[in-house]
Ligand binder design. Structure first.
Ligand code: NOJ
Ligand code: NOJ
Ligand code: CA
Length: 710
C-alpha cells in the first residue's frame, strides 16, 4: 500500500512551487491499485441491480403505480445509499471484490410500460442521460457512493444503454411519453413526428443479421440513431459528465445493436480524456465462435462480456450437459479467437439468464465449483449479486430478486474471499496462459502461468465420484503446496517432485483445490495494454511484471514514447506522434529485461463517425462490398483489412444495389479510398478508375454518397 497516494500528492502541488514538488515521495501506481482504471485483469467485479440490492434511503422511493416491493416488475427501493452502506460495512472488500458494476444511473421513464406491465427498475429505459434516476438517489448520493468506493479501494462501473430510450412501438398500445429523450431537462425528440431524425424507424428486429439487429428496434424500444450529429454529441457529452464525476468503467448495453463504427468513434472520444475500462454486452447464446462478435472484441476498441465462457461453465458445471473437457476446449478456442482474452469479462450468471443455483437444481456445491473455475480462469471475473447467498431464480425478472441476506459465512462467500485477492498478487491469474494438465468428463485440472508465477486449479464437479490423480505434471517448483481454499471444498496439500511430477492423490467427490506459486522476482513481461486503440497523446496503461522500480523506455515501433508513470507492474505512457497503424510496443526495463506487445492500433487522429453510401454496386452471388483506403481506419489499402461488410437491406437507409456502412474515420482529414467486392474466399474485385477523395467532417457525423466505378 502506498503511504502517500498520488492524488494526495498532486493536491499539494497547488500549495507549492513546481520545483519544491516532492517527486521522490510519490510512489508510482501499481497494476493492482484502484487508480488503475484502464485494466481490470487484477480485479473482481460484483454486478448489482441497484433497485434490488439494499434500500438505504426510503425517502427516495418512487410513489404510485411503479413502486411495489412484492411485484418483481416494479421498483423495490434499492439505491446508491444502500450500496454506500454496504461499502462502508465491508461486505464487498471482505469478499475480495474490487469493482462494482451498477445499473445505469440515468433518469429513466417513470411510468409503467403498458406493453409489458413493467417499470424501469432495471435502468434500461433512459429518458435524460444527463440526470440521475431519482429512485436511486441524487447526484450528491451518487458522488458520495463513488468517493466512498474509491476510499475503500473499489472501482465503480456504470451500465450505460446508448442504443435506445424506452418502448414506443408495439401494436395496440399507446406510449404516453413516446420514447422521449431530454437533455438535462430540455426536450430533444420523441419517436413519432421525429423531424430531427433522432431515432431509427424500422420495425422490430428479427435478429436475423447484424444489419437487422443494428437498425431495427429491440422489442419496440425507441432505437436511437447514433449517426445523427445531435445524438452523437449527446451521447459523448452525457458519458463525459459521469466520467468526470469519477466513474471508473463502463458496461455498454446491447453493442450488437449499434453501428460498430459509431461505437469506435464514441470510445475513442472517451479515451482522449478518460483512460477507463469499457466492456460491451454482445449477447451470445452458445459456446461457438461468432465471427462478428469476435471482430467486435478485437477491433472496436472495447472488450466484451465473454458469453462463450459463461455458457461453457453453465453447461459443464451447472446443467452437466457438457463435460469438463468441453469446457476446457472452449477456453482454448476463446483464447485463440480473442486478441486479448484476459481483457474480456467473465461470469457464470447475470440478470438476463437463470441464476446458477437454479440452473444446477439448487446444488450449492455446483455453485461453489463454478466460482472456483471463474475466479481462477482468464478474463475479469464478475459475481452476480446474491449468487454468493445462493439466491435462486429463473428467467428475468425472477433472477433479479431482492438480496435476502448479507451472510459472510456462506461457503460461496468464503470461496470468493479466498480466491479473489490472489488475482492482485499472483500474475498468473491476471495475465497468464491456461493449460490443461488432467481432464476427464468430471474433472479439470488446469494450470495458469505468467513468468514465474504459477497457479494450478483442480475442480471435480461430481459430488459422488472420487478420482485417483496419477501422472499429473506441473510447473510449480518442487515442494509442498497447501490449498489456497484452506480445505473448505476438501482440497488437500500436494507434493511436487523435482521433475514436476505431483505425488498421486485422490480428488474426492466435489473436491476443488487451488495451489499457487508467487514470486516477486519476475522477468520483464507484458500482460495487457489498455485500451487497445488510441490517438497520439492519449495516455495508455501497460500492465505486467518485472518492469523494474526505475524507469526504462517504451517504444511504438521505433519511436520512443513519453513515460508518465512507471512501476514494476504498471507503465503509463503517451502514445507518440506516429502515423496511424498497428504498432509493436517494446518495453525496455532499466534492469536490461524487455518484452514486446503486437498489434496496438494507433488511430490517425480524433475520430468522427461517417456513413458511406455507394450506389450501383451490383455484385455476383457470394460477393459483398467493402471500403479500403489510405488510412489505418480504412485498412491502409490492404483488402484483408478492408472495412465492412457493407449493408444493403434497410429500407429507411438504403437497399441493393446501394450499399452503406458506418465507419469511424479521423476528423478533418483528406482521405482516398475505393470500394471493393470481396467473396468469402477473399477474391477481390477493385473499382476501376481514380480513387475517391473526401475530406472528413471536423465535428459531428458525416455522410458520403459515391457511385461504384465499374
Ligand atoms: C441487455 C440487458 O442486459 C437487458 O437486461 C436489457 O433488457 C436489454 N439489453 C435492453 O436494454
Ligand atoms: C421535462 C420532462 O418532464 C422530463 O422529466 C425530463 O427528463 C426533464 N424535464 C426533467 O426531468
Ligand atoms: Ca430507496
Amino acid at each position: 500500500m502506498n503511504i502517500l497516494k498520488k492524488a494526495g500528492a498532486l493536491a499539494l502541488v497547488g500549495a507549492m512551487t513546481l520545483s519544491s514538488f516532492p517527486i521522490a515521495a510519490v510512489e508510482a501506481k501499481e497494476d493492482s491499485e484502484v487508480s488503475n482504471t484502464a485494466g481490470y485483469s487484477t480485479d473482481v467485479i460484483y454486478q448489482i441491480v441497484t433497485d434490488r440490492f439494499l434500500d438505504g434511503d426510503s425517502s427516495n422511493n418512487p410513489s404510485g403505480s411503479i413502486f411495489d416491493k412484492y411485484d418483481m416488475k416494479k421498483y423495490h427501493g434499492g439505491d446508491w445509499a444502500g450500496i454506500t452502506q454496504k461499502i462502508n460495512d465491508g461486505y464487498f472488500t471482505n469478499m475480495g471484490v474490487t469493482a462494482l458494476w451498477i445499473s445505469s444511473p440515468v433518469e429513466n421513464l417513470m411510468i409503467m410500460d403498458p406493453s409489458n406491465n413493467c417499470a424501469s427498475y432495471h435502468g434500461y429505459w433512459g429518458k435524460d442521460f444527463f440526470r440521475a434516476n431519482s429512485a436511486f438517489g441524487t447526484m450528491d448520493d451518487f458522488q458520495t457512493m463513488l468517493d466512498t468506493a474509491h476510499a475503500h479501494g473499489l472501482k465503480i462501473v456504470i451500465d450505460f444503454a446508448p442504443n435506445h430510450t424506452s418502448t414506443a412501438e408495439y401494436k395496440g398500445y399507446t406510449f404516453p411519453e413516446d420514447g422521449a429523450l431530454y437533455r438535462d431537462g430540455e426536450f430533444v425528440g420523441s419517436f413519432t413526428n421525429d423531424t430531427q431524425g433522432i431515432f431509427n424507424h424500422e420495425q422490430w428486429t428479427d435478429f436475423s443479421s447484424l444489419e437487422n439487429s443494428t437498425y431495427h428496434s429491440m422489442y419496440g424500444l425507441a432505437d436511437l440513431n447514433q449517426m445523427n450529429s445531435t445524438v452523437d454529441g449527446y451521447l459523448k457529452d452525457a458519458i463525459d459528465q459521469w466520467l468526470d464525476m469519477g466513474v471508473d468503467g463502463i458496461r455498454v448495453d446491447a453493442v450488437k445493436h449499434m453501428p460498430q463504427g459509431w461505437q469506435t468513434n464514441w470510445v475513442s472520444d472517451i479515451y482522449e480524456e478518460h483512460n477507463v475500462f469499457i466492456f460491451g454486452e454482445w449477447y451470445n447464446g452458445g459456446t461457438g465462435n461468432d465471427p462478428e462478435m469476435t471482430n467486435f472484441a478485437n477491433n472496436s476498441g472495447m472488450s466484451l462480456l465473454d458469453f462463450r465462457y459463461a455458457n461453457a461453465v453453465r453447461n459443464a458445471i451447472g446443467e452437466e450437459t457438457a463435460t469438463m473437457d468441453d469446457l476446457y476446449n472452449v477456453m482454448v478456442a476463446t483464447e485463440n479467437d480473442f486478441k486479448e482474452v484476459n481483457d474480456q469479462v467473465t461470469f457464470i450468471d447475470n440478470h438476463d439468464m437463470s441464476r446458477f443455483m437454479t440452473l444446477s437444481k439448487s446444488n450449492q456445491n455446483n455453485v461453489n465449483q463454478a466460482y472456483v473455475m471463474l475466479l481462477t480462469s482468464r478474463g475479469v471475473p464478475t459475481i452476480y449479486y446474491g449468487s454468493e447467498q445462493y439466491l435462486t431464480g429463473g428467467a428475468d425478472p425472477e433472477n433479479r430478486g431482492d438480496m435476502t441476506s448479507f451472510n459472510t459465512n456462506t461457503t460461496a462467500y468464503q470461496v470468493i474471499s479466498k480466491l479473489a485477492p490472489l488475482r492482485k498478487t499472483n500474475a498468473a491469474l491476471s495475465y497468464g496462459t491456461s493449460v490443461e494438465k488432467w481432464v476427464n468428463d468430471d474433472v479439470l485440472i488446469y494450470e495458469r502461468q505468467f513468468g514465474n508465477d504459477v497457479v494450478l486449479t483442480a475442480v471435480n464437479r461430481n459430488d459422488n465420484v472420487s478420482y485417483d490423480i496419477t501422472g499429473l505434471y506441473t510447473d510449480l517448483p518442487a515442494g509442498s503446496y497447501n490449498d489456497e481454499l484452506d480445505g473448505i471444498l476438501n482440497g488437500e496439500t500436494i507434493r511436487v517432485n523435482a521433475n514436476g511430477a505431483v505425488s498421486n492423490f485422490t480428488l474426492n467427490g466435489g473436491e476443488c483445490a487451488v495451489w499457487t506459486y508467487t514470486t516477486n522476482d519476475q522477468d520483464t513481461n507484458i500482460g495487457n495494454v489498455d485500451p487497445g486503440i488510441g490517438v497520439s497523446g492519449n495516455t495508455i496503461a501497460i500492465s505486467g511484471r518485472g518492469f523494474g522500480a526505475s524507469q526504462g523506455t517504451v517504444k511504438f515501433g521505433k519511436t520512443e514514447a513519453t513515460v508518465v508513470d512507471w512501476s514494476d507492474s504498471l507503465i503509463e505512457v503517451q502514445i507518440p506522434a506516429v502515423a496511424g497503424g498497428e504498432y509493436t510496443i517494446t518495453v525496455n526495463s532499466a534492469n536490461g529485461g524487455s518484452d514486446t506487445f503486437d498489434g496496438f492500433k494507433v488511430l490517425t487522429g480524433s475520430q468522427v463517425a461517417t456513413r458511406f453510401y455507394v450506389n450501383n454496386a451490383e455484385t455476383e452471388y457470394g460477393q459483398s462490398v467493402f471500403i479500403v483506403g489510405n488510412i489505418e481506419e480504412l485498412g491502409n489499402w490492404n483488402p484483408d483489412k478492408a472495412v465492412g461488410t457493407f449493408f444493403n437491406s434497410t429500407g429507411s437507409i438504403a437497399t441493393y444495389p446501394t450499399w452503406f456502412f458506418d465507419v469511424s474515420v479521423p476528423a478533418g482529414t483528406r482521405i482516398e479510398y475505393k470500394y471493393i467486392k470481396k467473396d468469402a474466399a477473399g477474391n477481390v474485385v477493385w473499382e476501376s478508375g481514380a480513387n475517391h477523395v473526401y475530406t472528413t467532417v471536423t465535428d459531428g457525423t458525416g455522410i458520403v454518397v459515391d457511385n461504384f466505378n465499374k
